[in-house]
Design a protein around this ligand. Structure first.
Ligand code: HEM
Length: 499
């Protein structure tokens, strides 16, 4: 009897110990993650106000991430700003790697809430359930992406556009040489000229047509010029509406009305171009070699609605991204004459693989990525660094910030394309950094679908440019501001010299 009693006591005791143990290994709550406190309606927004805010207004996202990291450490919470989801910034690559990989079967990337609302509610009948890659989630996104992946990502298919892109790059270089003689025009308008080239290139790959954007005296109401303006306005207005206090979700504010007009115009103009391309395709028939088919033509044979939406998104996402990235490489070449010389030698050589120029592009995107941070919304619970991150949280990977830390890349702030080319044993070898640190095109199955096209456009342009032009920079270093994406602050102090 005494034995039995002793056994029960032992069992109770061991249960208590086990229970305590499991309690002590319980993850800490999401609420307890260090970070910005929140107040009703504004969430954490008051911290970013000038003077009274603890963080204050920061020029760009990179600086803001630095301030937050210094104040709160390697895992930082920001509670829902206005209607946005709660966010957590993970500064350790192992941590966001863990979440991003676990979410890669169904990667949710929220953003552009106004465009989602526009396509799914305001203009529901136009879009008819086909919401494109930028706004669709879940099964709708997966269906769409599966259909378009082969046409946009297969290296062999993408290479087919090389000769046509070559022609456009050549025209652009001649145009830069010509405009260089026009006083300070390029100091103020280089971004406009670069976007004209980027649009002309993506339209050729996407639709198979030239738009004539690089002609002299292009009128403000030229449809190509309108598309460029729409892409820029969408960025600026969405930034104002979605990152600052605004009641657009409750009623139509002035900026929201402007944004809807911009979305309408972007759709109408791109549709006009797409319809024209379709008409030409139908007129000449489909019996032509694969290399002469545009992406639109390839997709039309799979799904007409998907083809239309993909072409529309190419004319939206393929302009400022490519223009900014190319300007970034030009800047780095300008301030690193030795690198420029080496790249020029390669551009002029008969070697078909331009490995050094490609390394210049990678290195420039490491330092100046278009998108300063990546984002995934959790579709399930995670335990990260001992904290509970529930479903529905936006997990931010601060890639630009991490890419500029010496901890990951030796001499991280310097432009050293060689780090992408040296042997594994070399201290500069890029592979010594965690593979999730530098992700200019995003991550996994939801990464940028325009990547191969963008890389080819930029490489083609640089080859032509380096052959004909020497570039320098006079004045203080270029600055970056963030409005959804990174943008260079004017003036552009490039010195172009025809050679
Ligand atoms: C250097 C130029 C470019 C850069 C740096 C860039 C960067 C990015 C990034 C970071 C993402 C988010 C990926 C993620 O969440 O994992 C993205 C998505 C996307 N990009 Fe690009 N992009 C570029 C050019 C282009 C071009 C030329 C196109 C046109 C085809 C394009 C179309 C898209 C689309 C449609 C998405 C959404 C993909 C999806 O959600 O499935 N991008 N891009």
């Amino acid at each position: 009897m005494a034995n039995k009693w002793l056994r029960v006591k032992q069992l109770k005791c061991s249960f208590r110990i086990q229970f305590r143990r499991s309690c002590s290994s319980q993850p800490k709550s999401f609420k307890s993650i260090p970070g910005l406190s929140s107040i009703p309606v504004l969430g954490s927004l008051h911290h970013f106000l000038p003077v009274i805010g603890t963080i204050g207004i920061q020029k760009n996202f990179f600086n803001m991430l630095g301030v937050l990291h210094e104040k709160y450490g390697s895992i930082v919470k920001m509670e829902g700003i206005l209607a946005r989801a709660n966010m957590v910034i993970l500064y350790k690559p192992e941590h966001f790697d863990q979440v991003y990989r676990a979410e890669d079967t169904n990667p949710l990337r929220p953003g552009f809430d106004s465009l989602v609302y526009y396509r799914t509610v305001l203009r529901k009948s136009t879009y008819n359930g086909v919401y494109g890659l930028t706004t669709a989630q879940d099964e709708k996104w997966r269906h769409f992406r599966t259909k378009v992946n082969p046409a946009l990502l297969k290296p062999k298919l993408v290479k087919l556009y090389a000769p046509a892109l070559d022609e456009i790059a050549k025209e652009m270089v001649d145009r830069l040489i010509k405009l260089n003689g026009k006083g300070d025009y390029l100091q103020k308008n280089l971004d406009l000229e670069m976007t004209k080239w980027a649009l002309e290139s993506i339209a050729l790959v996407g639709l198979g047509n030239r738009l004539g954007c690089m002609e002299d005296n292009l009128k403000q109401d030229h449809p190509g010029r309108q598309l460029i303006q729409c892409a820029r306005d969408m960025m600026e207005l969405a930034y104002k509406l979605e990152f600052f206090p605004s009641l657009w979700q409750k009623y139509s504010t002035k900026n929201f009305k402007k944004l809807v007009k911009t979305y309408d115009l972007q759709w109408d103009v791109s549709k006009m171009y797409i319809d024209e391309a379709k008409r030409q395709i139908n007129e000449r028939g489909h019996d032509i070699p694969e290399e002469d088919k545009s992406i639109l033509e390839k997709l039309l044979s799979i799904d007409e609605n998907v083809a239309l939406m993909m072409a529309n998104e190419m004319l939206m996402a393929g302009i400022d991204t490519v223009a900014f990235s190319t300007t970034g490489v030009l800047y780095h070449l300008a301030i690193n004459p030795e690198v420029q010389k080496k790249a020029r030698e390669e551009a002029r050589s008969a070697e078909p693989q331009k490995r050094y120029i490609r390394a210049c592009i990678k290195e420039s995107l490491r330092i100046y990525p278009v998108i300063p941070a990546n984002l995934r919304r959790t579709g399930k619970d995670h335990i990260v660094a001992g904290y509970h991150i529930p479903k529905g949280i936006d997990v931010i990977a601060p890639n630009e910030f991490l890419s500029k830390l010496d901890k990951y890349y030796p001499r991280a702030k310097e432009f050293i394309p060689e780090r992408w080319l040296v042997e594994k044993t070399h201290p500069l070898y890029y592979g010594n950094a965690h593979p999730m640190i530098t992700l200019p095109f995003g991550f996994g199955i939801r990464s940028c679908i325009g990547r191969r096209i963008a890389e080819m456009e930029i490489e083609t342009f640089l080859r032509k440019f380096l052959d004909k032009v020497e570039v320098g920079w006079e004045g203080p270093p270029i600055e970056v501001e963030t409005k959804v994406m990174n943008l260079f602050v004017k003036p552009y102090r490039f010195k172009f010299k025809s050679i």
